[in-house]
Design a protein around this ligand. Structure first.
Ligand SMILES: Nc1ncnc2c1ncn2[C@@H]1O[C@H](COP(=O)(O)OP(=O)(O)OP(=O)(O)O)[C@@H](O)[C@H]1O
Length: 535
C-alpha cells in the first residue's frame, strides 16, 4: 500500500453542499407534474409505512429545532410549524408536545430493540442514524417493498434467514448510505451487497452501466457474476462479466448493462480504449477492498473510481480483513458512511478448527503431507503454496500418487484456470494445489480442509486462505505446516487462532510480536527424490 492514498477517490470527492442544486436536479425528475425520485422512494413511501430509520431521523431533526425554512434531503421539514402569522393556541401546543414525547418514546424503544438485535448477532456499527437491522428476509418486502422474485430466489437457494452482515449492511445500503464492512469469510457478504443493488436498480432500458462490482481476481469476478445472476433471476436486470472478448468486440458505452462485474485491470483497459462510460454508475462495490488497495492494484482502482464520476454514487467496501489504513481511507473519502463490523475485526471464522504442525524442514513438510493423506484424506482439500513455482513442484510430486490432484496458478491460461476450478467444484479433483490466486472470496462448497503447505505471508492471507473451508456455518479444518524459518512469524497466526477460540501452545503466544509485512522466505525446492535423480 502506498503511503499517500489521498489521491484515491479524489476524482469523486466533491462538496455536496456547494452542488446541492445539481444533486437535487440529478436525483429528481418531474413526471406528470409530480416529483418522482429516480429510485422511486417517494412512491414506496406512499404505499408502505414510513421506515423506522426515517422516523428516527425526523425525531432527531426535531430535537435540533430545525425551522420551517430548513431543507433536508430535498424535503421541507416542519412546514406547518413556526409559520409567521399562524396563531398557535395552547391546545395545539399541548398536542405537539404530546406528539414529540410519543415520538421520543418510540425512538428510544426502537433504538433499544436495534441494539438488542445487534448484540444478538454480534453486529457492531458506527455512523449516524444507522438503520435498523433486518429481523428476517420478509422485512425486505414489508419495509422496502422488494419484488417477490428476489425472496423466491432466496428460498430456492436455501437461504432461510439473513446472516449478520446481511441483516445490517442491506438496510444501510437500501437507505442510500455508503458503507464499509468487515465480516468473517463465508458469512454471505456477496448477497449483502448484491441484494440492495438489484433492489434499487430495478429494470430500466437506458444505455450505459448502472452498477460496478470490482473483484481482485478473474475467478472471483466470474463467481460473483454467477451469484448476481442467480439472485436477479426472474428480473430483467442485465448482469455482465467483463471479459477480454467483451473489451475487444463490444462497445459497452452503447449497450445496456445494469451490473458489470470486473477485475480492476480489465475495467481500466476498457476505459482507456474508450469502450465504456462509467459516468452514470449509481453503485460501486469494492469487494476484498484491502486487496484492491494493495500496491499492485491501487493505481487501477484509482483510475476506475475516478471514472465513476456520478456525484450521487453510493460506494461500499467489503472484506473479511479491514486494516486500519483502509478504514482511514474510507472515513476520509466516503460520504456519511456507516461502518459495520461482525464479531471482531480481522478474525477467522469460528467454525474452522485450526492447527499448527511443526515439520522441521522442507523435506519434513512433504513427508507430513503424504502421511496425512495416508491416515485421513477427506476431500475436497485445498493446499496453498507460496509461489507458482512451488505449486508446480508440489503438483509434480503428488500427481502420480493415488489421489486426484490438480493445480491452479497464474501461469495457466484462463481456460485452464476455469477448468481447474470447475473440476474441483464438481468433485472430479480431490486435492487442489493453489497459490493465493484463489485464496480470497472463492466459494467452494464443503471444502473439508485447507492445508497451508507454505506458511502464509501475512495474517490477512492466513484468514482468507483458511476461510475457503468452514463456509456458511459449516465446519472446516485448517492445518498450517511450519519450519524453523517460520518460527519468528508464528505468533501472528497464533493470535488469529486464539482470537477465534482455538487452543495455541503458550510458548507460541509468548514469542515476541513480529512486524510482519510479507514473509516469503527462500525455500528449498519440493522433492523427495535426491537432486541428482530428478529429471
Ligand atoms: N442467508 C444465507 N443463508 C445461508 N447461506 C448463505 C446466505 N447468504 C449466503 N449464503 C451462502 O454462504 C456462502 C458464502 O457466501 P459468500 O461467498 O458471499 O461469503 P463471503 O462472506 O463473501 O466470504 P469471503 O470473505 O470468503 O469472500 C455461499 O455459498 C452463499 O451461497
Amino acid at each position: 500500500m502506498e503511503k499517500d492514498t489521498s489521491f484515491l477517490f479524489a476524482g469523486i470527492n466533491f462538496d455536496k453542499k456547494k452542488f446541492a442544486t445539481d444533486i437535487s436536479r440529478f436525483k429528481e425528475k418531474k413526471e406528470n407534474n409530480r416529483t418522482v425520485s429516480v429510485n422511486d422512494t417517494n412512491l414506496i413511501e406512499s404505499v408502505i409505512p414510513e421506515p423506522v430509520e426515517a422516523r428516527v431521523s425526523k425525531v432527531r431533526r426535531k430535537r435540533k429545532n430545525i425551522t420551517c425554512s430548513d431543507t433536508v434531503e430535498g424535503f421541507s421539514v416542519f412546514k406547518s410549524s413556526n409559520v409567521p402569522g399562524v396563531a398557535t393556541d395552547e391546545k395545539n401546543e399541548q398536542e405537539q408536545t404530546d406528539g414529540t414525547l410519543r415520538a421520543k418514546k418510540e425512538l428510544n424503544k426502537q433504538l433499544e430493540e436495534d441494539s438488542l438485535l445487534r448484540k444478538k448477532y454480534n453486529i457492531h456499527v458506527s455512523g449516524s442514524n444507522v438503520p435498523t437491522p433486518l429481523q428476517s428476509f420478509a422485512e425486505l418486502n414489508s419495509r422496502y417493498r422488494c419484488e417477490l422474485y428476489l425472496l423466491n430466489n432466496f428460498t430456492e437457494l436455501g437461504f432461510q434467514e439473513p446472516t449478520p452482515i446481511q441483516r445490517q449492511a442491506i438496510p444501510v445500503l437500501l437507505s442510500g448510505r455508503e458503507c464499509f464492512a468487515c465480516a468473517p469469510t463465508g458469512s454471505g457478504k456477496t448477497l449483502a451487497f448484491v441484494c440492495p443493488m438489484i433492489m434499487k436498480l430495478k429494470h430500466r432500458l437506458s444505455t450505459g452501466i448502472r452498477a460496478v462490482i470490482l473483484c481482485p481476481t478473474r475467478e472471483l469476478a466470474a463467481q460473483t457474476t454467477r451469484e448476481c445472476k442467480r439472485m436477479a433471476y426472474g428480473s430483467k436486470l442485465c448482469v455482465l462479466l467483463m471479459t477480454k472478448d467483451l473489451i475487444r468486440n463490444a462497445d459497452l458505452s452503447k449497450r445496456h448493462c445494469d451490473v458489470l462485474v470486473s477485475t480492476p485491470l480489465r475495467l481500466e483497459l476498457a476505459i482507456r480504449k474508450k469502450r465504456i462510460d462509467l459516468t452514470r454508475v449509481e453503485y460501486l462495490v469494492l469487494d476484498e477492498c484491502d486487496k484492491l488497495f494493495e500496491l499492485g492494484l491501487l493505481k487501477q482502482i484509482d483510475y476506475v473510481v475516478k471514472a465513476c464520476s456520478n456525484p450521487s454514487i453510493i460506494r461500499s467496501l467489503f472484506s473479511a480483513t479491514l486494516p486500519d489504513y483502509v478504514e482511514d481511507l474510507a472515513r476520509r473519502s466516503m460520504h456519511d458512511a456507516v461502518r459495520v463490523i461482525i464479531g471482531r475485526k480481522n478474525t477467522a471464522s469460528e467454525s474452522i478448527k485450526q492447527k499448527l504442525v511443526f515439520a522441521g524442514n522442507e523435506e519434513g513438510k512433504l513427508l507430513a503431507l503424504r502421511q496425512s493423506f495416508v491416515e485421513s484424506l477427506s476431500p475436497p482439500v485445498l493446499i496453498f503454496a507460496q509461489s507458482k513455482e512451488r505449486a508446480k513442484e508440489l503438483f509434480a510430486e503428488l500427481r502420480f500418487d493415488d489421489i486426484r490432484a490438480d493445480v491452479i496458478h497464474s501461469d495457466l491460461s484462463q481456460a485452464q484456470r476455469e477448468e481447474a476450478v470447475n473440476n474441483f467444484r464438481r468433485g472430479k479433483t480431490w486435492v487442489l494445489i493453489a497459490t493465493d490466486v484463489i485464496a480470497r472470496g472463492m466459494d467452494f462448497k464443503g471444502v473439508n480442509s485447507v492445508i497451508n503447505y507454505d506458511f502464509p505471508d501475512s495474517a490477512a492471507a492466513y484468514i482468507h486462505r483458511i476461510g475457503r473451508s468452514g463456509r456458511a456455518g459449516r465446519v472446516g479444518e485448517a492445518v498450517t505446516l511450519y519450519t524453523e524459518d517460520d518460527v519468528p512469524f508464528l505468533r501472528n497466526v497464533a493470535n488469529v487462532m486464539s482470537a477465534s477460540g482455538c487452543d495455541v501452545p503458550s510458548w507460541i503466544m509468548s514469542l515476541p510480536k513480529q512486524k510482519w509485512k510479507k514473509h516469503r522466505p527462500h525455500r528449498e525446492s519440493i522433492a523427495t527424490k535426491p537432486k541428482d535423480q530428478k529429471e
